[in-house]
Ligand binder design. Structure first.
Ligand SMILES: Nc1ncnc2c1ncn2[C@@H]1O[C@H](COP(=O)(O)OP(=O)(O)OP(=O)(O)O)[C@@H](O)[C@H]1O
Length: 453
């Protein structure tokens, strides 16, 4: 029963000690576990139970099956000839009841932690649950028919049905998470959870507990026992995002978990067996990280069994129109707006841009444009303030007038001065011009009042 946690062991031990007192058979308790004298209980040797439900195991130990209904949940070991068979059966049936209760309790805790995890993700708006609904069961939501995306699709199909660890490589926003989800949805684990851990989002001291969990009191602040995401992903998939940012000392533990298929909670003394499929993703060049000593080479080789590189959007510009239509439909539906399309002129501009933020950047732009347009066809782009880089690329086909350049520059300076025109720290000072001149330029160029004093 090595997958029982510490509290459950203690509960079982207390019960067994009570039985020892009641039966007046202290010598019955021969096996020591977790520092407490309890009955030896094992669930891994059930196959040697004979017709009489009594077996001889190693070291001449006797084993009695522990049953929950017709299901074997463990085996009780004792030395032969210490107690009579009738008493042994009575003790075994009592222990079975307690053990079944403990196992059920642990399952409830695990499920509660899963629900809590989902609720947290829903509250943060990053719900794997939400996304699961969107991508149900197939690759249809992975948009793009360019040869490079078709290659990705083929690799996804090949690897989904296997147990292999997968490494997803690609720039930020290229769709690594959506591909991970497709692999999960096409695997036989699809009815279990895909649990996500962002290895870059948490400080080093918290990420180990996030991943592997901790026992109550294992460190200052560990007021309650916590089940880690690895355990939550049992029978399902664990998506380790930004794996290139995982701290070195945790990389050792991750490698061990991948190899041994078991983990230990912080402060826990018993290893926990798990069945987890790992998909890792990074936008870093992992080989380079290995060369620089930031990433362990043994872990790299363990993860790099089946790498899939997702191409950047600028390498597959032919996918832009289909992606745009997909996002238009998605956000028009979500916002209840009636948008029937987007003009060719805008598509051309989008295709001229080099998309450093890849599909995510395109998606954000379309969402914003759907919300801000008042026309049924989008024929203008609505760029977020501060995206000068993008704006200038999109506008590069046209030469700007001096007034436009002045206007943009003054607006930028006013913004950085929080709208202050005159006086210390004001825009006039920054632009080295008299406040009166700046005031009249603001008026002439039609700069909105919110930028002036
Ligand atoms: N091929 C695609 N079809 C449809 N939507 C896509 C595609 N690729 C990416 N997206 C969308 O773009 C957004 C960003 O994708 P995702 O989060 O999967 O990128 P990522 O590579 O994991 O990014 P990061 O490295 O920053 O974590 C998501 O909303 C996703 O649904």
């Amino acid at each position: 029963m090595n997958n029982l946690n510490k509290d459950s062991w203690a509960m079982l031990a207390r019960f067994c000690i009570e039985i020892a007192k009641i039966t007046n058979r202290a010598e019955f308790f021969t096996v020591v576990a977790d520092g407490l004298k309890i009955l030896g209980i094992d669930k891994h040797m059930l196959s040697v139970v004979n017709d009489n439900n009594v077996i001889s195991g190693t070291n001449d130990l006797l084993g009695i099956p522990l049953m929950a209904g017709t299901r074997n949940i463990g085996i009780l070991w004792t030395e032969p000839n210490i107690v009579d068979a009738e008493l042994l059966q009575a003790v075994a049936s009592q222990i079975s009841i307690v053990l079944a209760y403990i196992i059920a309790n642990e399952e409830i805790e695990r499920q509660a932690a899963k629900i809590q995890n989902l609720e947290k993700e829903l509250a943060e708006g990053s719900s794997s649950f939400n996304k699961e609904i969107e991508t149900t069961g197939n690759h249809s939501k992975i948009i793009g028919t360019s040869p490079s995306m078709e290659k990705v699709r083929t690799l996804v199909s090949q690897v989904s049905k296997t147990q292999s660890t997968v490494l997803l490589l690609g720039e930020t926003g290229t769709g690594k998470e959506i591909i991970a989800r497709a692999i999960h949805q096409n695997s036989w684990r699809k009815d279990e959870a895909m649990v996500t851990v962002n290895c870059a989002a948490l400080p080093e001291n918290l990420i180990e507990s996030e991943l592997f969990g901790h026992e109550k009191g294992s460190y200052t602040g560990a007021a309650e026992r916590r089940i880690g995401k690895w355990e939550l992903a049992h029978n399902g998939t664990l998506f380790l995002d930004e794996i290139g940012d995982m701290p070195l000392n945790l990389q050792v533990k991750l490698l061990r978990a991948l190899q041994e298929k078991e983990i230990e909670r912080i402060g826990g003394r018993t290893p926990i067996k798990t069945d987890v499929r790992v998909i890792a993703a990074t936008n870093k060049d992992l080989q380079k990280e290995v060369n620089q000593g930031n990433f362990r080479s043994d872990l790299f080789f363990r993860l790099n069994i089946f790498p899939i590189t997702i191409p950047s959007l600028r390498e597959r510009k032919q996918d832009i129109p289909a992606l745009v239509l997909h996002f238009l439909e998605k956000y028009a539906k979500r916002s209840g707006r009636k948008i029937s399309g987007i003009s060719n002129k805008v598509i051309k501009k989008l295709s001229a841009y080099n998309w450093p933020g890849n599909v995510r950047e395109l998606e954000n732009l379309i969402e914003r444009s759907v919300l801000l347009t008042s026309q049924p066809i989008i024929n203008q782009l609505y760029l977020p303030v501060g995206e000068e880089n993008m704006a200038s690329v999109l506008e590069s086909t046209r030469v700007k007038t001096i007034d436009e350049v002045d206007r943009e520059h003054i607006m930028r300076v006013l913004k950085s001065c929080k709208g202050k025109v005159a006086g210390p720290g004001g825009a006039a000072e920054a632009l080295r011009m008299p406040p009166t001149t700046l005031h009249s330029m603001i008026k002439r160029l039609g700069i909105k009042k919110r930028f002036s004093e």
